[in-house]
Design a protein around this ligand. Structure first.
Ligand code: GCW
Length: 726
């Protein structure tokens, strides 16, 4: 007779086997896209194994050791393979290392090929050595090899053939940086995934495994910099006590090719330096920053540099002393230049005087300064002229400062995109900006080319992403929000990659290679941003979110501290129509674009529907391209958006067999919340704008079941992210 305990043991074993057979493990999402799931195609796995039986891995620097460890972890996970490791080449072989130490015959890779890989790129090639086929992963630098290892593992994770490889990869952009808006007390401005991952209290003594995994994940997509503190900076960050802690992070990231940068407060010489002024032209101030830079570099020799938010939203800056952004940035640049550091100076400025149109301010302040910045200054410009809205036209500064390096700033954290309950894949948003044609140097002068320095090769180049990372087990608060971190890194490495290719790589690496999963999920991701635009801000509407928190709809907001914090400032709805007139009869913001772009937006007949209400105040009965009136089209978009979230729920519901229960359940719950939020957006906006349009909701749509007052009266006092009423 089988005892009960034995029976339970057998059942447990059976259960475990069934789980493995189905290849569906419980997964809390911590491993991100580096879970190295077993290659499910057994034939392919066997073939890979045969091709990778022996490994020669040259060198043992910290970066190469990190690369070796990653490679072995990856092979073990994907193929349950522990290759024979040796110095002598045995076949079939995988050879990994920098070209000079692998001592490869010249025929294997030429100098010119290697040169193209630069300091961070790599080659992965199938080559013949001694008449035997081998795979070589090589580069000029240790970091290049590390990137090559991640690139190679991606091939296995996405089940590509490795029979005849010939891959040459190099980054198109120099500075690929995550900006953390993390405060020293571990709150995160606009953070929706828990607390800051940096535990300042325990640093420098305690190195959390998370810091290493953060560096691995970031390096795997080519990110090479991390600004660890909020742009609304605390001057304490530059005190010796905190610099010690920053040093510990820098030491942890270094093997992964990631440099540490700091956001600095412009008034630091006063706040912590005991000076009476922070005037950038004052000799003592200049000396203070020089000494501070020297002090930092003594303990962090490869420190990246400073990020500065000045004269914006109450932050101190050079204008308080009658000086310009260039004066401020150049003073810091001088302090950093001897150490090869850079200044990332932000163009997100708006001061205490409410302008006629906030969208114009950055251009007005910065364009006249073109060519006046030191060569190690890069101006960091948000993708659009307002503030990370679900959709904005590209920022008019791109292309307008040909003699100044401009760094793209995207926001990964979903401040205006439904926080971490909304599934919004942002690559299509990023791509839309990157592919916009500025016409600055004639047709084809895309934003992407501008930020790659294509029109002025002397300039340094960069792309920043405001991080969506926190202490949540799955890092980003939503399993799919990880895709935005991933996509940012891939696009910073190569802005010309497609959103679809990045999505399918991420899905395969994170969940499953099964086409039954990939095809509907890729479609869902690609549609998700347009869906969010539809249920939040269709047809060019913008900045109509809840006041301060930016959570949920707030089109009625009209009593915020200053005019341009109010939704009514942006949508300008009245009985005649809706929209912000930025044409030549209005604020004339269109004039900040090149003539071809200006005319496109200025002219109602050519202005794309997507930007209609961004640039024009349009009558409720205006005939849209679809044939519908503006009012009917707007209502249609709101319903379309909310319905599309229902479709997302249905698609995800069919994926149960492809993903582990844990993440399946988590996404399912989040999509249900998203549907609720999307219908709230729809109902609020339709009911509110109806008070101006006085037109009916077309009969085919279900009427909102609650009155406008219900939505208006809701309060979200403790919504996450600083800026809430906490
Ligand atoms: O998007 C706005 C945010 C602020 C942020 C600011 C900025 C860090 O609401 O929270 O402050 O932009 O980019 O500086």
């Amino acid at each position: 007779m089988m005892t009960i305990t034995l029976l339970f043991k057998r059942l447990a074993l059976l259960f475990a086997i069934l789980q493995i057979a189905g290849n569906v493990y419980a997964d809390d999402g911590y491993k991100l896209w580096l879970g190295y799931n077993a290659v499910a195609d057994k034939k392919l796995a066997a073939k890979y194994k045969a091709q990778l039986a022996h490994l020669k891995f040259a060198g043992n620097t910290p970066s190469l050791n990190a690369a070796r460890e990653e490679l072995l972890t990856g092979l073990e996970g994907t193929l349950a393979l522990r290759p024979q490791i040796g110095d002598k080449i045995e076949y079939p072989a995988l050879l990994v290392g920098i070209a000079s130490s692998l001592k490869l015959p010249g025929s294997v890779c030429s100098e010119s090929e290697l040169d193209k890989t630069g300091n961070e790129g790599y080659l992965i090639k199938t080559v013949i050595i001694n008449q035997k086929k081998c795979i070589v992963i090589t580069a000029k630098t240790d970091i290049g090899v590390l990137h090559g290892v991640f690139g190679f593992l991606k091939l296995l994770q996405t089940q590509q053939s490795i029979d005849a490889l010939n891959i040459l990869e190099y980054p198109r952009i120099m500075y690929r940086v995550l900006d953390h808006w993390d405060n020293l007390n571990r709150t995160v401005e606009r953070g929706y995934a828990g607390a800051s991952i940096w535990n300042w209290h325990k640093l420098p003594g305690y190195i959390d495994q998370r810091y290493i995994d953060y560096a691995r994940a970031s390096a795997s997509v080519g990110i090479n910099g991390s600004v660890v503190n909020n742009v609304n900076a605390n001057a304490l960050m530059l005190t010796p006590e905190y610099l010690e802690k920053v040093k510990a992070l820098a030491n942890t990231f270094r093997p992964y090719g990631i440099k540490v940068y700091l956001s600095v407060k412009f008034s630091s010489p006063i706040d912590i330096g005991g000076l009476k002024t922070a005037d950038p032209l004052n000799a003592q101030v200049m000396q203070w920053w020089k000494d501070k830079a020297d002090e930092i570099y003594r303990s962090i020799p490869d420190f990246g540099g400073f990020l500065v938010k000045a004269n914006s939203e109450g932050q101190p800056g050079p204008q308080a002393y009658g000086r310009s952004h260039a004066d401020g940035a150049n003073m810091l640049a001088d302090a950093l230049l001897p150490h090869n550091g850079i200044v990332m100076w932000r163009a997100f400025v708006y001061d205490n005087n409410v302008p006629d149109d906030r969208a114009k301010q950055a251009y007005n302040e910065f364009k006249p300064l073109d060519g006046q910045f030191k060569k190690n200054v890069i101006i960091q410009v948000k993708n659009g002229p307002i503030d990370f809205q679900p959709r904005e036209p590209f920022h008019p500064l791109f292309g307008a400062m040909p003699n100044t390096p401009l760094m793209m700033e995207f926001q990964l954290t979903q401040e205006y995109l439904g926080f971490s309950t909304n599934l919004v894949y942002e690559a299509p948003l990023f791509k839309e900006s990157l592919e916009s044609d500025t016409y600055a140097m004639g047709k084809g002068s895309t934003v992407s080319k501008v930020i790659q320095g294509a029109f002025n090769p002397k300039l340094i180049t960069g792309m920043a992403g405001v991080a969506n990372i926190g202490t949540d087990i799955n890092w980003c608060g939503h399993p799919f929000a990880q895709a935005n971190w991933y996509a940012f890194g891939r696009l910073a490495w190569n802005p010309d990659l497609s959103s679809g290719d990045i999505a399918s790589d991420w899905l395969k690496m994170t969940f499953s290679n099964n086409p039954g999963f990939i095809s509907p999920m890729k479609a869902m991701m690609l549609q998700s941003r347009e869906t969010a635009v539809n249920y939040m801000t269709p047809l060019g509407l913008h900045h109509i979110m809840g006041v301060n928190t930016h959570y949920g709809p707030g089109p009625w907001v009209d009593n915020a501290g200053r005019a341009d914090w109010n939704a009514v400032y942006y949508h300008k709805a009245d009985s005649a129509g809706i929209g912000f007139n930025r044409s030549s009869t209005g604020s004339n913001a269109v004039a900040q674009y090149q003539p071809q772009v200006r005319d496109l937006f200025e002219n109602l007949a050519t202005c794309p529907d997507e930007y209609l209400l961004w640039f024009h105040h349009v009558g409720w009965d205006y005939k849209m391209r679809s044939g519908a009136t503006l009012w009917d089209e707007m209502v249609h978009r709101y319903y379309l958006g909310a319905d599309a979230v229902k479709q997302m729920e249905l698609s995800w519901g069919k994926m149960a067999g492809y993903v582990d229960e844990e993440r399946f359940g988590s996404v399912k719950q989040l999509l249900a919340i998203q549907y609720d939020e999307a219908t709230t957006w729809r109902n609020s906006c339709v009911l509110y704008f109806q008070t101006f349009s006085k037109r009916p909701i077309p009969a085919q749509y279900p009427k909102p079941d609650k009155p406008l007052s219900f939505y208006r009266d809701r309060k979200f006092l403790l919504a996450p992210g600083i800026g809430g009423n906490q």
